[in-house]
Write a protein that binds this ligand. Structure first.
Ligand SMILES: Cc1cc2nc3c(=O)[nH]c(=O)nc-3n(C[C@H](O)[C@H](O)[C@H](O)COP(=O)(O)O)c2cc1C
Length: 183
């Protein structure tokens, strides 16, 4: 168990949402399908072993201090282990690792027995051959509807093999040839 102390964040209410303001669920989902997401495996460890799940809800928060957030459904098997450990890794899959994405989305038993990985100093796993990984301590968390937002301070990171695997419109894809420069 980590000695890191997590703060439970209240959600600051900035507006009343009326029934009339609520977007239709199918419209909401259609719009979100237009948001391409980098495919990761969020992973952690417990006394029972290693736990992980495929996730695209990962976002940079700030670089000073290095901080990210992840959004995890409370009904997943991995959620209680992230909450207990107060530490996790974000493994950024590369475009040759779709099989790993499907493995960690499929609720099989002991997925880490099928995937090469190393254990970091607190026992959290880093999957081999990824585009990179972030190792985080949970700084704060907030419950929103069915999910928990975990805010993680990045304490270790590694860059690996490009390029990342992407999920877009319900399908896996890559990022193409990367020929466009910033204007
Ligand atoms: C491409 C993709 C992205 C996903 N992103 C998330 C996510 O960001 N957060 C989440 O809670 N579940 C996400 N899921 C669903 C979980 O991977 C899925 O519920 C998984 O079975 C949970 O595993 P577990 O119950 O063994 O922890 C995603 C699934 C896929 C295929």
């Amino acid at each position: 168990m980590s000695t890191n102390s997590t703060v439970a964040l209240p959600i600051t209410k900035i507006a009343n949402v009326l029934d009339a303001d609520v977007v239709e669920a199918d419209v909401f989902k259609s719009v979100l399908r237009q948001m391409a997401g980098t495919v990761t495996v969020i992973a952690t460890a417990s006394e029972d072993g290693l736990h992980g799940m495929t996730a695209t809800a990962v976002c940079s928060v700030c670089a000073d201090p290095p901080t990210i957030l992840i959004v995890v459904n409370r009904s997943t098997r991995t959620h209680p282990h992230i909450e207990n450990k107060q530490a996790f890794t974000v493994n950024i899959l590369n475009d040759g690792q779709q099989d790993i994405a499907e493995l960690f989305a499929s609720k099989g038993t002991e997925p880490f027995a099928k995937v090469s990985h190393k254990l970091l100093n607190d026992g959290c796993p880093a999957i081999s051959g990824t585009a990179g990984y972030l190792h985080c301590l949970t700084q704060a968390q907030a419950v929103v509807g069915t999910h928990t937002i975990f805010i993680g301070r990045v304490i270790d990171a590694g860059v690996g093999a490009p390029k990342p695997l992407v999920y877009y419109d319900g399908k896996y894809c890559g990022v193409g040839e990367l020929t466009r420069e910033r204007l």
